[in-house]
Every structure is written in structure tokens, then in C-alpha cells.
Design a protein. Structure first.
Length: 185
């Protein structure tokens, strides 16, 4: 009798779900081979950039409204390459990469604007400090894909990070960040 009731409940549940509309929302993962995050820093003696090609980014996408509802991204600090292994090693020390290996961002507040712009307000966690940030981005569509590109600035001091030094002179506090996430529709 219990088996019959269980089977009947499963049948009813199956019938009810078959009459509901298909979900308009779906989770999309960024194409890791085409997505990047980069940073640019300045020191009085020189400027440099580092890039990570090992970025994980997921969005919740509403197919009916053609809009992004949520976004989450993570990148390991150790994956950034500035084309200088000494500088990269020093950066890992300064950033306490063994203790705080990841930088994360998440948002549920994505506002579309004119000309495919997006204002993305969320939380960035870096060096175990979480702060609200607003990212400015542009969405570009084409060939069954869409790309989200944007940039923002952060200050190392806001994340309790001691600025790296060269010849006892510290870098500038501001770091310029850029990101490119590519999704297949």
C-alpha cells in the first residue's frame, strides 16, 4: 500500500510539473578559454599589467527578458601572470596567497542601461576583506555568444594590503582591474 501511495504521488507530481511553463532562467558558465581578468599597477619607476586566464564565472540568465539576474566570479591570486616571475612571487607574498588564495565577486543587482551598458553592484572579497563595489560593463552580442567587458578600480589599502615596494618606494595604492567574460547563448 505504501509503495502504491508513493507511486501515485510521483505520478501526480510528474503531471503537475509537465503543465508548468519551462523555466526561463538558466545558469551559464563563462568560456574559460576566452575569459580573462587583468590588473594594472604603477610604481614611480615603471608600470605593469598582470593577467589571469583561469577565471570561473557563472551567471543566472533570464532567456525571456534577455538579461543577467545574478553573477558570481572567482579567480585564484596565483594565476595572475605579469611576465616577471620575481614580481609575481613577491605579489603572492604581499597578498598572503597561501592564506587567502581567491578573489571573489558576487552580485544580484545588475541594472541595464543605454547602449548595452550594465551597472553591476555587488561584493568583492579580496585578502579576506569584503567590500561593496560597482562595476561598469558593456554587453556585446554576436555569433551565438555574448561578452561582458568592464573595469573598475580598487585600492590596496581598502583590503588591508601593504603596498609592494621597489627600492623602498611603494607602488601606487590604486589598482586598475579589467574583465572579459564570454558566454555561449
Amino acid at each position: 500500500m505504501k509503495t502504491f501511495l508513493f507511486a501515485a504521488l510521483c505520478l501526480v507530481a510528474g503531471l503537475l510539473t509537465s503543465f508548468t511553463e519551462p523555466a526561463a532562467r538558466r545558469k551559464l558558465m563563462a568560456d574559460k578559454s576566452a575569459s580573462t581578468i587583468s590588473y594594472a599597477m604603477r610604481h614611480p619607476m615603471h608600470e605593469w599589467e598582470g593577467i589571469s586566464r583561469d577565471v570561473v564565472c557563472a551567471i543566472v540568465y533570464d532567456d525571456e527578458a534577455k538579461k543577467i539576474e545574478n553573477v558570481a566570479a572567482v579567480v585564484k591570486v596565483s594565476t595572475f601572470d605579469s611576465q616577471n616571475t620575481n614580481r609575481d612571487s613577491h605579489a603572492l607574498e604581499v597578498l598572503d596567497a597561501l592564506k587567502y588564495p581567491n578573489v571573489t565577486f558576487s552580485s544580484q543587482d545588475i541594472k541595464p542601461g543605454a547602449n548595452n551598458t550594465l551597472a553591476i553592484r555587488g561584493n568583492l572579497t579580496f585578502h579576506n576583506v569584503t567590500r561593496p563595489v560597482t562595476l561598469q560593463a558593456v554587453r556585446k552580442d554576436g555569433n551565438g555568444r555574448f561578452t561582458i567587458e568592464g573595469q573598475f578600480d580598487l585600492k590596496l589599502s581598502d583590503y588591508k594590503i601593504e603596498r609592494p615596494t621597489l627600492m623602498m618606494v611603494p607602488t601606487e595604492d590604486e589598482v586598475k582591474m579589467k574583465f572579459t567574460f564570454v558566454f555561449k547563448e
